[in-house]
Design a protein around this ligand. Structure first.
Ligand code: ARG
Length: 683
């Protein structure tokens, strides 16, 4: 945890001092950065460039098969070109043996380097045994509170950490400065309506975003922005008059499903009317009229839309009966969702929603006034109040309405007003909207905030977009049904379809439940945000191989079982060992495949979490997780072969070294799964 501690380990490896620290190097949190800095140091002397330039020319390799680092030659030399022979000479003159690296190899425009296996256990294990559940995570709050004397935190991340008072000093350490605050808005389903696949992905992706932001030292506020206002709420109100009953709702064993049923019935009732409108529009277009159809209500069945709008207007005007119904529906929905999200380990600090600003007309009025006074919005005949972005040098954003001709607020206006409202409530440093597609909508909202005279607020707003899949997840329409369905598939596979692949300890109900949720999370987060998720795929949910919940759980259980093997020295003893004790262990048995491959991966973890934090692309963590699982499985194969040969020569040293390695791997699996919001179940 301290530079002096690190310096002592490095001295043990024959290295004198840590070279000056280039920008971005975080040697106290990321073991790979140690290697990175020393490699930069060697290169800058050989090439005679400055250390920062050498550092920036080095990157962790994309695949471990090609080494641990690659040096991008075009970035290393001043004009981007190496003179003939210079690279050969560089490779030749690279110090060998180097305490941290095997000899370099040139390949095309790169020099590739493998970390020396000898250095890895000595350097890596102290990091993990020191950080444990914080390994891979920026632990920037610990030192500020713990008062341990010699702490130096190289990169405190978004907040600054004061040095604790030296031991024995009488002045109390100043209170740690407030962490930066991130609002993350995610899930956000609509009252009464289906829980679509984009809501599902937003929920799971949002869970990851909030975890990683917290892990990297932010204070996070989780907001569920319910679709609880607008004309659809009018449709639900109308449905209540037609089909609903307060008595039934009160006694219903599944009141949320009852509400959903009423909304669905209304959608069905409305369908012929919408089709009629569509037909009429088409006919008009064919006849060259091209004008928009201006409303629903004419003819015998064509009046639901008009009634819907009238019902919603009663709510907007605050009519008691309408407001009471709305409150009941909202409370029932929040109750249902709170319980159901907990199955995914997702919680919210705030179930706000679109209604919030609408029920506070002053907040809306203030925003509309600024827009009007600054000449940003304008009245247009037959359309109402709009912003025409072409008048504000943003023509690509088109035109957007603030209110309809009927005076009803739009989704757009509600979102603009909500930004200002949240700023007042939370004074956030960053707000992230985790919402599938809707890119144009959010660009319009952010631009409007800027036009209102607040570019500094607009700069704090981020839309984390992702691609939507098909609207529904199989035939499930509610979140709880999706989770039940996953669980059913996994249970059936484990107990009936492929029982031979599932050992009995995986068939216990809590394990089935956790595996099924983990599988769902892996499906949703296993692909890039901008590519489709797989959706419902039974094979992908239940397979015991590949990137699935069961395959992960198998490896994890095996790891836990190994760690409780009575022949392995007690890890509790090991955990109590100081860094210098564990560096006395003989690690030579880990210098070979498969052990060294596992070590190289574990050393990468903080580098991977850092990338996942910067890009908010959790697939990078998922791929990493399964690389670790694969290496673990390879190592278990070796262990099994040894058992069958009863090969116990120098067992004590070997087992002790393995115990430390497996304990480190356990921490990495745990930490990685926790960031992805998954549940590891110990055997
Ligand atoms: N309720 C919306 C929908 O179902 C998503 C809300 C996204 N958040 C926002 N601030 N607009 O599509």
């Amino acid at each position: 945890r301290s530079l002096p501690g690190l310096a002592a380990i490095l001295r043990g490896l024959g290295l004198d001092a840590i070279p000056g620290l280039p920008l971005a190097a975080d040697v106290l949190n990321r073991p790979l950065d140690i290697y990175h800095v020393f490699l930069a140091d060697a290169l800058h002397e050989l090439v005679n460039c400055d250390l920062q330039k050498a550092y920036d020319a080095i990157q962790p390799s994309t695949s471990l098969e090609n080494g641990d680092f690659e040096v991008v030659l075009s970035k290393l030399f001043s004009d981007g070109i190496a003179q003939p022979g210079v690279v050969d000479e560089l490779v030749q003159k690279f110090p060998r043996p180097h305490p941290l690296f095997n000899p370099p190899v040139q390949e095309g425009g790169h020099i590739r380097l493998f970390i020396s296996p000898k250095s890895l256990p000595v350097l890596l294990f102290p990091y993990i045994s020191d950080r444990r559940s914080k390994y891979g995570i920026l632990d920037n709050t610990h030192d500020a509170h713990s008062g341990s004397g010699d702490s130096i935190v190289a990169d405190p991340g978004p907040s600054t950490v004061d040095q604790p008072a030296p031991p024995g000093s009488t002045t109390p350490a100043p209170p740690p400065p407030a962490l930066k605050k991130a609002l993350v808005e995610f899930s956000s389903p609509n009252l009464g309506q289906d829980f679509r696949t984009d809501h599902l992905r937003s929920t799971i992706l949002g869970g990851f975003v909030t975890n990683i932001y917290e892990a990297m030292g932010w204070q996070v506020v989780r907001i569920n922005h319910l679709g609880d206002w607008g004309k659809e709420i009018g449709l639900l109100g109308l449905g209540w008059i037609k089909y609903g009953s307060n008595e039934i709702l009160e006694k219903h064993e599944d009141p949320f499903r009852y509400i959903h049923g009423i909304y669905t019935a209304m959608e069905n009732d409305l369908r012929p009317e919408l089709e009629g409108i569509r037909r009429k529009q088409k006919r008009k277009a064919r006849e060259g009229d091209g004008g928009m159809f201006d409303g629903g209500g004419n003819g015998d069945i064509l009046n639901i839309l008009a009634e819907r709008d009238a019902t919603f207007k009663r709510l907007e005007e605050g009519e008691t009966e309408a407001v009471e119904l709305w409150e009941r529906v909202r409370a029932t929905s929040v109750g249902y969702y709170t319980g159901t999200y907990s199955r995914l380990k997702v919680t919210f600090d705030d179930y706000s929603g679109e209604s919030l600003v609408c029920r506070n007309p002053e907040a809306l009025g203030r925003v509309e006034k600024v827009l009007r006074d600054k000449g940003i919005s304008e009245e247009r005949d037959s359309v109402g109040c709009v912003i025409d972005f072409s008048r504000h040098e943003a023509g690509r954003l088109g035109t957007v309405a603030l209110r309809g001709t009927d005076g009803i607020t739009t989704y757009f206006l509600r979102d603009v007003a909500t930004v200002m409202d949240r700023l007042e409530d939370y004074n956030f440093d960053k707000m992230i909207y985790v919402v599938g597609e809707q890119d144009l909508h959010f660009r319009q909202v952010f631009k409007t905030i800027e036009l209102m005279g607040h570019p500094e607020i607009a700069a704090k707003l981020h839309h984390l977009t992702f691609t939507r899949g098909p609207p529904q997840w199989g035939s499930a329409r509610l979140l709880g049904d999706i989770l039940d369905c996953c669980e059913d598939y996994v249970r059936r596979a484990a107990t009936r379809v492929h029982p031979e692949q599932f050992p009995p300890h995986l068939c216990r109900p809590p394990v089935i439940r956790a595996m099924s949720v983990n599988s769902l999370v892996l499906q949703e987060l296993g692909t890039r945000n901008k590519s489709h998720t797989i959706g419902l795929d039974v094979e992908m949910l239940t397979a015991t191989e590949g990137k699935t919940g069961p395959s992960l759980q198998l490896a994890y259980s095996r790891l836990c079982q190994t760690l409780s093997d009575p022949r392995i020295p007690s890890l509790r003893e090991m955990a109590g060992m100081t860094v210098s004790d564990s560096s006395q262990l003989d690690y030579s048995s880990l210098w070979d495949i498969p052990w060294v491959e596992l070590l190289r991966l574990l050393a990468r973890f903080p580098t991977v979490t850092d990338a996942a934090y910067r890009t908010l692309e959790p697939w990078t963590l998922v791929s990493y997780l399964f690389l670790v699982v694969d290496e673990l499985n390879d190592s278990f194969d070796v262990v099994d072969q040894e058992h069958s040969r009863a090969d116990d020569a120098d067992a004590a040293d070997k087992l002790a070294a393995r115990a430390v390695l497996y304990d480190a791997a356990w921490h990495v699996l745990e930490n990685c799964m926790r960031l992805l919001n998954m549940t590891p179940i110990p055997r």
